[in-house]
Design a protein around this ligand. Structure first.
Ligand SMILES: [Zn+2]
Length: 243
């Protein structure tokens, strides 16, 4: 089922739901909004790439194709404004090849599966990035033929598992290649589409609350009555208030 844009009342609810949630929780919540025929549990179990594709599709219906991001250069700390398109992000999601990939660690055979939101939630509390990455790699190892997941992994093993995860779910860790005009540095910046959409929803909800506040103050209408007016009539009344 293709997503539809949220109504004004749904936008306010979504902004409240996103505030104070972890990145993994926002991701599941927004994917479920984008796929109204899927349960919350089904959305939590989606590979991150498929989850984010649903979020991109929802975002496209609400805010259009162009995505504005800001990034900080790791070399000189200059701030950069970056624009990309939904189409570019969805193309990454569409380039997935196999569902799993085989890997051998210490003579034991494993398959590597793509990460889902439950995995991201489980590693979200680990402050050290390398440790979090190693734990994610362990979680996504599926033993074959009586093998057991090792209690810890060498850095090279974590890298190999990470490469397999990127191959089976390229959109699970999307990045945009950036160039800094100040210091000529180049790097790959991660794209957190759930965080981007949550921020936009919160911004749009704040603007809507401002409109509701002004109309309620002037006309003493209820929130529900003001939302039922629709955006054009709200703007028409607001324009009259400013005359
Ligand atoms: Zn720079």
């Amino acid at each position: 089922m293709a997503p539809r844009p949220l109504s004004a009342a749904e936008l306010l609810d979504a902004a409240s739901a996103c505030r104070g949630r972890s990145a993994a929780e926002k991701g599941i919540y927004l994917a479920a909004l984008g796929m109204p025929d899927q349960s919350f549990g089904a959305c939590a179990a989606l590979p991150i790439g498929a989850r984010d594709a649903a979020i991109v599709a929802l975002r496209q219906t609400m805010f259009g194709d162009r995505i504005e991001l800001s990034a900080k250069c790791p070399g000189c700390e200059a701030r950069l404004d970056v624009a990309m398109t939904s189409a570019a992000l969805l193309a990454i999601a569409g380039s997935a090849t196999d569902a799993t990939r085989a890997i051998v660690i210490d003579g034991d055979r494993f398959t590597v599966r793509p990460a889902d939101s439950a995995d991201l939630a489980a590693i979200g509390w680990i402050p050290d990035l390398a440790e979090a990455r190693a734990e994610l790699a362990r979680r996504c190892l599926v033993p074959m033929e009586g093998a057991e997941v090792p209690p810890w992994l060498e850095e090279a093993e974590v890298d190999a598992i990470g490469a397999a995860m990127a191959a089976i779910d390229p959109a699970g860790d999307p990045f945009v290649a950036l160039h800094c005009p100040e210091c000529d540095g180049e790097w790959d910046a991660p794209v957190d589409i759930a965080g981007v959409l949550a921020g936009e929803i919160e911004g749009a909800a704040d603007a809507l609350l401002d409109e509701i506040h002004l109309l309620a103050q002037a006309y003493h209408w209820s929130e529900a009555a003001i939302l039922a007016l629709g955006p054009e009539r709200r703007r028409a009344y607001l324009a009259r208030l400013q005359q």
